[in-house]
Ligand binder design. Structure first.
Ligand SMILES: [Zn+2]
Length: 475
């Protein structure tokens, strides 16, 4: 059993080794950047989707599904959008042996698939708001090195698209999405910051973009999702208009909210440690793994007791796995720690006789749970585990930021830097060059460290309309 590379000093090697060790995906599929979801990885993904669906539907969104292929003619209607995606799309140009009259794009995102249809669905103010989402695969021809979950060419993707009566309603939808994401992130035990992207880094065609960013050590950041306000930028070219109560024709204001399998990468990156993956209970493929310890004189008592408690927990709604194979217990412990199972229950001869199991959680804490109060006590251990995991993530989150007082202080940064910025693109690019990364934008929520007032721009020295900005190195 090889040791994992050091998470702090060799992050990407560590990450790749954890993804492999936990057996979440098979990278041997013969198309680069398109990976196979294993049974274990698929369980994690399905649990993740369950959280997304629960929280978005709580805000009145409904599931739909649009086709994967988009006609080039529709794809090209919004100029900024096509410019932003031109270099990343896969084309379908033949049907059988014949060239297609209108080439088709494999969706990189679904604005241009949905909006011609939205124009048919939205007729009157009574059709608004239109809030729909889909969870589908999207395709982007990535030219950078692909990484499982973090940068792939076939992406498991959640996208909400909405039409609102006016700009204020669309702004309110952006707020609603932020609230939904706050609840999702709670389930993932992931601290994050919503950050308003600078003009030059917003989504192609958006009026503005709020990205959801997570620091993952050193000055690295991971964008795990984004919320966009489109104003009328898409509704005009696609003709999505409605008759207002006063009879006037109005264009809708639109928003979108996108999340992807990157969330799974972020969960691994933030919670994982030198023993492997660590899953919060909401995502864990198995929340509890039961390991019988046969021993030489134990008879079948441990296996029978382990089977009993696994069965009871399963009936109680816990995702549980009974690992009754003939490997050594030590090998099983190692494997389930690598795979990130939150709680392990060990049942040997003594435990079977005293009707209590040894519980070891993935953060290394041990206790006993009695068979008499099994469901209740396991529930408590899982809740305690989630709390401790969030606590650990929060403390790492807070230490991931620090203030830079000058551009020079950005060079060689080992944390995400908080820096005073006047908002000009020129100063923004100076900041990006100095940190050798990106100006992530301006935080939309309080920073996890005390920062006070921003003071003059750290680049040009102007005191006019300065704000705190974040600078880091996006993965
Ligand atoms: Zn400036």
């Amino acid at each position: 059993m090889a040791e994992l590379p050091d998470k702090r000093t060799a992050f990407m090697d560590w990450y790749l080794a954890v993804v492999d060790g936990a057996n979440l995906t098979d990278k041997r599929y013969p198309v680069k950047g398109m990976n196979v979801w294993t049974a274990y990885g698929f369980r994690a993904r399905r649990n993740l989707d369950t959280v997304l669906i629960r929280e978005i539907e709580a805000t009145g969104s409904e599931a739909v599904e649009f086709p994967t292929l988009i006609p080039a003619t529709e794809f090209a209607k919004e100029k900024e959008h096509i410019k932003g995606f031109d270099a990343q799309v896969y084309w379908v140009t033949k049907g059988g042996l014949s060239e297609l009259d209108v080439p088709l794009v494999l969706r990189p995102t679904s604005e241009t698939a949905m909006y011609p249809i939205f124009a048919l669905w939205v007729r009157s103010h009574r059709d608004l708001p239109l809030n729909v989402y889909q969870i589908v695969n999207t395709f982007r021809y990535e030219t950078k090195t692909t990484r499982p979950f973090l940068r792939v060419r076939e992406i498991h993707f959640f996208e909400e698209h909405t039409c609102q009566a006016n700009e204020a309603h669309a702004t309110a939808r952006v707020e609603s999405n932020r609230g939904a994401f706050r609840k999702m992130a709670e389930a993932f035990a992931l601290p994050y910051l919503p950050i308003r992207r600078p003009e030059w880094d917003k989504f192609p065609g958006a009026f503005y973009t709020v990205a959801l960013d997570i620091p993952v050590g050193e000055a690295r950041t991971l964008q795990i999702g984004s919320i966009h306000h489109y104003r009328e930028n898409f509704s005009r070219p696609y003709g999505i208009q409605y008759e207002a109560a006063d009879g006037a024709q109005q264009f809708v204001h639109q928003t979108t909210f996108g999340l992807s399998e990157r969330l799974l990468g972020a969960i691994l990156a933030v919670h994982g440690d030198q023993k492997g993956a660590v899953f919060p209970t909401a995502i864990a493929p198995y929340q509890v793994v039961v390991v019988p310890i046969p021993g030489t004189d134990a008879g079948d008592g441990p296996l029978r007791a382990a089977t009993e408690i696994a069965e009871r927990l399963r009936r109680h709604g816990v995702r549980v796995h009974l690992d009754g194979g003939d490997e050594r217990p030590g090998a099983k412990y190692y494997r389930w720690e690598m795979a990130g199972a939150p709680l392990r229950l060990e049942v040997g001869r003594r435990e079977a006789e005293s009707r209590s199991a040894t519980a070891a959680d993935r953060l290394g804490r041990k206790s006993k749970v009695s068979f008499d109060h099994l469901e209740h006590e396991v529930g408590e251990r899982l809740a305690e585990f989630d709390r401790a995991l969030l606590e650990r993530a929060r403390s790492a989150f807070a230490s991931s930021f620090s203030v830079a007082r000058s551009v020079d202080q950005l060079v060689g940064s080992t944390t995400v830097r908080v820096i005073s910025w006047c908002g000009s693109e020129e100063c923004g690019h100076r900041i990006e060059t100095a940190i050798d990364g990106a100006l992530l934008g301006t935080p939309e929520e309080p920073l996890p460290i005390p920062v006070g007032e921003p003071g003059p721009c750290a680049v040009c020295g102007t005191a006019e309309s300065t704000r705190w900005a974040l600078a880091g190195r996006p993965l």
